[in-house]
Design a protein around this ligand. Sequence first.
Ligand code: NCD
Length: 368
Amino acid sequence: MTSPGTTDAARAAVATARARPGTVAPASTPTARDDSASGARLATSARRHLLSVADLGRDGILEVLHLADSFAEVTERDIPKVPALRGRTVATLFFESSTRTRLSFETAAKRLSADTMTFTASTSSLSKGESLRDTVETIDAMGVDAMVVRHASAGAPHRVAGWVRASVVNAGDGQHEHPTQALLDCYTIREALARRRSGDAPDDFAGLRVAVVGDIRHSRVARSNVLALSALGAEVTLVAPATLLPPSLEGWPANVSNELDPVLAETDVVYLLRMQSERMQGTFVPSLREYAARFGLSRERAARLAPDALVMHPGPMNRGVEIDAEVLEGSSALVTRQVHNGVPVRMAVLFLLLGAAPGGLAAPEAPR
Ligand code: NCD
């Protein structure tokens, strides 16, 4: 995702709206199917979809984060909406439960003025035996531009991308990846570092020590975050009992520790993961109580962190297991900020994949 024109186009959209509150006329935003280097529509097939953090690389990650800065400004307005994707349709296809990811994508699409469609597996013809392929081809035939897909099977969004004309965004596939979660986490860290240093948001995380703690074995969030954080230069340590680590750590650019306590004092960011019991076949820890005693971020453990350390969790949380309620109330906890930042980050992703509305955006529209 490295087309400088795209970011310029989005900045123009945002800047024009700022200059003329109430109307948005980003005349320089490229048209919908513009595949040129300056176009918002990304050219290669890897860029037509967002399936893995590896599709992006460092430059692509930074392009999303920079664009998200522009959209963050939009989300702070009284009317937090621009017509950048007017005439486009974004369908959310969740074959697995979700609260924040689904609502965040739907909010992002609406703030870009796209139409949205919601597919819920339990009330669909899947319950009549329809296959995944027939389901997504049916939705594609209605003319949607993007499908945001969550599925319990690793690789499902990749398969969908091979069947449909629409752009596909992976919103979590089994234990494999959750790229937009990693992007919003990097955005949140970058924002917190800028605040703490009273400077510009850094594009380089060199020297930043991140501990990812907990059920790494079953976590798509862990895999995407390790890829994204290490691409930006952070040093990542996976902290978990051996049973909660993946069978092979090949391809994971990270250190490993089987204890949390020795890592605490040397950590800038503690990223806690939920115990994902719905993905567990068998017993991975003797009891949740024992797990919490060794790996939970209690008040006592949090007190041993550096004063400016950051605490993160993708949610949903099990309070009292991976994190204590009092720690969440402290100023180091960024959990709500992560959710907040999900919207501009997903706006950036949708904008990069779909570009501008057909015919350009010259006609001003009073945001509703
Ligand atoms: C995560 C997910 O579903 O992968 N949550 C999220 O998207 N914010 C993490 C989890 O389920 O534990």
